[in-house]
Design a protein around this ligand. Structure first.
Ligand code: GLN
Length: 475
């Protein structure tokens, strides 16, 4: 199996056709998708047509772009023109977006070949893909375990070699946690670096699209393609990091802070903690200066997130009313129709979030919940700012444990929410963070190490990630 970087080089030079690459990956999908269920929808014909278009460019002597012929799987909350986009929810039944998300346009313009839409927790709410209305995705490394979530399908697609690259979205950890569970690299960029135009909103102030890949450099390749200002997204920023590909591995003299609140606390599996400590030692051996650092407000991130994200979701999801999109269940009047549609269309977790969010925003409780959570968000931003005065990057586990078994946390939403404890603070602060596989637990499942950086610190974050990847993670 070759990396995305190698495939693109081979297609650009004419050594391989994009069609043969697409056929090979579609064959892999055909052989294992039945047991894994990474996709809601495989777009085989469109993929072959896109591949042929890439080959035609090569034949004409034109440059097909940096992703030439590379298969890319897309999370099914990214709008694709004329292709079903479901958010793994019944409420979007039969809806066909009339436009492409900016990231989809950029991937195709760069020569990438979209192979299908990947499964997720409904509306990206969850940590295991068990909340999908179409059934869960299975972890390709152990079919009795979850792939993580909410971008479980995108992580599984890369781990099962259905595509060397995929896109996910990360609101509280939905790229990094499944990357960790499936043993692949997952990146949440700085808020605003990647356009959210055409990403179906969950919590708009936290959502960010990012890449999954088997290697750090492949993730850099895809992030280079999708990042950059977009006038269609008012939160898109002008100064995006560029040229992350091949941007070095040198960590000599870098200051790395191991976040005690996310590493040493109860609930972090000792094997996971040990892996993070080994990654820290590996960086030290390469010349970095590693120290433990306290980021005190981090531990309140989870509580703040589970007020802010549902509050934003309750507002964003108000548009699914049986009138404008997808499903409609008839009723005697408009109110009955709205209510019956939403009752039939949304799953239990989505309903829970809408109710939590509506409550947190309601007149009598706004100050006690939503406003208080926003204050915590400010404290987290301040604590990070103080930490980054002393450190270039921070290090922590990506998630407290390796991939858990199906059903292990479905009865207790709070225990499911706890798997986001290490990832959420970066979303609240708008900072970049990524997960790099580093070693295995005694259950033979991968462990992920998280590298966190300040806003627009992608370049240094990727450098540290490469150094961790190079160290290999062997115990
Ligand atoms: N697991 C978190 C949640 O359920 C994060 C989801 C996400 O990042 N989309 O909200």
């Amino acid at each position: 199996m070759r990396s995305a970087v190698e495939i693109a080089a081979a297609v650009r030079s004419g050594e391989r056709t994009a069609r043969s690459v697409a056929e090979e990956h579609l064959a892999t999908i055909a052989s294992r998708e039945g047991e894994i269920h990474a996709f809601n929808h495989v777009t085989a014909d469109a993929a072959l047509a896109q591949a042929d278009a890439v080959d035609a460019k090569v034949a004409r002597g034109e440059d097909p772009g940096p992703l030439a012929g590379v298969p890319v799987a897309l999370k099914d909350n990214l709008c694709t023109r004329g292709v079903p986009t479901t958010c793994s929810s019944r409420i979007l039944d039969g809806w066909l977006p009339p436009y492409n998300a900016t990231v989809v346009e950029r991937v195709t313009a760069a020569g990438g070949v979209a192979v299908g839409k990947t499964n997720l927790d409904e509306f990206a709410m969850g940590s295991s893909t068990e909340n999908s209305a179409f059934g869960p995705t299975l972890n390709p490394l152990d079919l009795s375990r979850v792939p993580g979530g909410s971008s479980g399908g995108s992580a599984a697609a890369v781990a099962a070699r259905f595509a060397p690259l995929s896109l996910g979205s990360d609101t509280g950890g939905s790229i990094r946690q499944p990357a960790s569970f499936c043993g692949v690299v997952g990146v949440k960029p700085t808020y605003g670096v990647v356009s959210r135009y055409g990403l179906i909103a969950f919590a708009s102030s936290l959502d960010q699209i990012g890449p999954f890949a088997a290697t750090v450099n492949d993730a850099a390749l895809l992030l280079d393609v999708i990042s950059g200002h977009d006038r269609m997204d008012s939160t898109s920023i002008a100064a995006s990091p560029t040229a992350l590909l091949n941007d070095g591995t040198d960590v000599a003299g870098l200051r790395v802070g191991l976040v005690t609140e996310l590493t040493d606390v109860e609930g972090i599996d000792p094997e996971v903690r040990a892996a993070v400590e080994r990654a820290a030692s590996a960086l030290e051996a390469q010349g970095a200066i590693v120290e433990r650092i306290s980021v005190p407000s981090c531990i309140y991130g989870l509580s703040a997130y589970y007020l802010i994200a549902p509050a934003e979701a309750s507002s964003n999801l108000a548009r699914y009313d049986g009138v404008r999109y997808g499903l409609r269940v008839d009723g005697d009047d408009v109110y009955e129709m709205n209510s019956a549609t939403r009752d039939a269309g949304f799953g239990a977790e989505v309903k829970r979030r809408i109710m939590l969010g509506t409550y947190a925003l309601s007149a009598g409780f706004y100050d006690a919940y939503y406003a208080q959570a926003q204050r915590v968000r400010t404290l987290i931003i301040r604590d990070f700012a103080a930490a980054y005065e002393r450190f270039d990057v921070l290090l922590s586990p990506t998630t407290p444990t390796t991939a858990f078994k199906f059903g292990a946390k479905t009865e207790d939403p709070f225990s499911m929410y706890l798997s986001d404890i290490c990832t959420i603070a970066s979303n609240l602060a708008g900072h970049p963070a990524m997960s790099i596989p580093f070693g295995l637990g005694s259950d033979a499942m991968p462990i992920g190490v998280q590298v966190l950086a300040p806003a627009l610190g992608e370049s240094v974050m990727f450098r540290v990630a490469r150094a961790i990847e190079a160290a290999g993670g062997v115990a």
